[in-house]
Write a protein that binds this ligand. Structure first.
Ligand SMILES: C=CC1=C(C)c2cc3[nH]c(cc4nc(cc5[nH]c(cc1n2)c(C)c5CCC(=O)O)C(CCC(=O)O)=C4C)c(C)c3C=C
Ligand SMILES: [Fe+2]
Ligand SMILES: [Fe+2]
Length: 338
């Protein structure tokens, strides 16, 4: 019997913080029809003609702020660490590969390595706790397209989402403890945003998403794949684990792109509201990310911190992502073996 294959896939990051590499990354990322979900011609005009030329130099500047001379992009660094720790945990019976949906290491190269090792099965885990077509859906579409070309297709399985995985919830709660959560005025659960249009399109029942003011805030059997409802559920579970009351936390969504409406409330608006209410210290979880990245170490720790201070607040403290937390490796092990 060959080894069992595991393929971990995260979003991806530029090869370097230089503008040409950031341009290449953004072009690949934003030309994905699940990310900018408009017609191919309109997408090419918008992405190649407008968004990327303006955004690449600005994003490159931000990437330079978080880039390490030794380890490069935090997202790749922590993802490789997770691969290594999971491989150690699972032992010789398994072969664990890491890929990025965009740029490197590519999904194609990781799948080739698994194929050449004659693995008997492949478990694919997109490293996004909450399901979205733009993230998890895109990873699985890419894997399926590539594997569909193989003459011999092994057993292959996908994890839709793990927004309620108890070990992951415990890992986030554990990471918050060192910041003494009781010393903060309020807690935010800031998830990556998503265009509202994509939420509505993903609702194949056509009678749930964004039909009423709060319909995407509670997870039910009818909306079990809704990104927003899964996000609220993750926040509820972390809060319950930590004994945080409903009035002590707010769920919000960050990293908006473009002028279309995205899932609300926006983190920047919530931060302004908190400052207006006289709150001084905010503790912020980012449970859409399992590894620290630009959106956590820069957008939250630097940008939102500065915005909050400019409006009268004192401190925005990020709860570090799961990175090398052994409880998260336990969670991955459980997903592989479960
Ligand atoms: C957590 C899951 C993610 C979803 C869902 C998602 C949707 C989404 N993102 C963009 C646009 C950008 N996202 C960017 C960075 C980024 N996004 C995620 C995850 C999700 N995105 C991560 C982990 C990262 C960080 C990557 C890193 O290198 O650290 C960026 C690039 C950075 C920037 O220029 O600001 C863009 C652009 C859209 C449009 C979208 C849904 C439609
Ligand atoms: Fe994103
Ligand atoms: Fe919904």
């Amino acid at each position: 019997m060959g080894k069992k294959g595991v393929l971990l896939v995260n979003l991806g990051t530029p090869d370097s913080a230089a503008t040409p590499d950031v341009r290449k990354y953004l072009n690949e990322f934003l030309m994905d029809g699940r990310v900018i979900d408009i017609s191919p011609v309109s997408r090419a005009i918008l992405v190649r003609g407008i968004i990327v030329p303006f955004r690449a130099p600005k994003s490159a500047k931000l990437y330079r702020e978080i880039w390490s001379d030794e380890t490069g992009s935090p997202l790749l660094h922590y993802s490789l660490m997770q691969q290594r720790l999971l491989q150690q945990r699972l032992g010789d019976e398994y072969m664990v590969e890491l890929a990025m949906r965009y740029q490197s290491p590519s999904i194609e190269s990781a799948l080739e390595r698994l194929k050449n090792a004659l693995v008997s099965e492949i478990k694919v885990i997109a490293l996004f706790p909450q399901y979205a077509s733009a993230s998890t859906g895109s990873v699985y579409e890419k894997v399926m397209k590539l594997v569909s070309q193989w003459l011999t297709i092994p057993n292959i399985s996908f994890t839709n989402s793990f927004h309620d995985n108890a070990l992951m919830i415990e890992a986030f709660a554990q990471n918050a403890q060192k910041h003494q959560p009781q010393t903060y005025d309020h807690i935010l659960f800031s998830f990556h945003g998503l265009p509202q249009r994509q939420m509505v399109k993903s609702d194949h029942t056509h009678n749930h998403c964004l039909k009423s003011a709060n319909c995407c805030q509670t997870l039910t059997d009818a909306n079990k794949f809704c990104y927003s409802a899964q996000s609220y559920d993750t926040a509820r579970l972390i809060a319950a684990k930590m004994g945080i009351g409903k009035d002590q936390y707010t769920v919000c969504f960050q990293s908006r792109l473009g002028n279309d409406p995205w899932v609300q409330p926006y983190t920047s608006q919530v931060i302004a509201d908190m400052a207006a209410q006289g709150k001084k210290r905010l503790l912020v979880f980012c449970p859409a990310f399992v590894a620290d990245c630009l959106e956590t170490v820069y957008e939250v720790s630097v940008e939102y911190h500065e915005e909050f201070k400019a409006k009268g607040g004192e401190h925005v403290q990020l709860v570090e992502s799961l990175n090398d937390n052994p409880l998260f490796i336990d969670a991955l092990e459980e997903m592989v073996k479960g």
